[in-house]
Design a protein around this ligand. Sequence first.
Ligand code: SF4
Length: 348
Amino acid sequence: MFEVIYIEKQLLDHPRVLAILAKYPNSEVKKIEKIEDVFGRVKKPYLQKRTNLNLFLGEKKGQLVKLAPPAYGLSGEPHYYFVHAYNCIYECNYCYLQGYFHSPDIVLYLNHEEIALEISRVASLFHSQKPSQKIWFHAGEYSDSLALTSLSGELSHYFKLFKELPNCNLELRTKSINIKELLKEAPLENIITSFSLSPAHRIKLNDLKTPPLKSRLEAIKQLHLSGFPIGIHFDPIIYDDQFIESYEELADQLIEALPAESICYISLGVVRFTKEVFQKVQKHYPDSDILAQEFIRSFDNKIRYNRPMRLWMLGKIKQQLIDRGVPEERIYLCMEDSADDPMVKSHD
Ligand code: SF4
């Protein structure tokens, strides 16, 4: 899978690095000083991820935990994210990553102990002011949170950490069905695995190389039956002729896998792009039916359906979920106000 594996020199003997190398005996290995010396230095076309993918292993430097933009998750609670990976093995044709880095190569940061310390520091600072308020942390801002966990092996660090931080929630957001590593852990109330779902035909059209809906629902069911808390994202929601029926069917399928009262939360977000990402979609997927949709440049310069259309779509789906027993207070609308953030997180 990886043509070249670049490793920061101080990690050459790291047990995780050795375990990764053992999985890819045919990859060429190159020692580097720092990931930034090589990753993205020469622009690599995004679609080369189909045929030529390299892996970088290193340590994340700089700010390890960042405050997430407003309107990021459940409102009224502060949200932070931490970065332990760049890029993704999947190829959703709306993905904002295609406009983000100069390279689609995968980067895994392995200094989870340092990231964990920083999470604890941020949490304790926050709770010194507001001891009883919940804080959210999100993994996988620039990647899928579960897809590569068998390789990166970080979940056990975060389960250990969040067991000690009962006033903090961790969200693992994914389209993957790679739940093997999760199932090795004892479920915690404050670690929520959240799955992004779309109607089956939209997954085939848009979420290229991702597991189909049926497999994602099976993974959800298995995790639920094993006691893991589950969140759901219907995001990005894309309009087509079958919009109402296909979301009705999706709601039915979801409730069959995960009873309505067991859904921790469900977020609804209509497809949206920055101008740059939209141009990348035009370039990389010229035949996609997304491009035939009627979008406008909206108040914040993002490209999306007009506001009445967005509200109609969100309202329809919200009602379908309420009709199936999902408590209204657990449904939230994602990025639908002027507090929209410039990062346009529209994935997983
Ligand atoms: S949208 Fe998410 S799952 Fe899809 S390619 Fe991007 S990061 Fe990966």
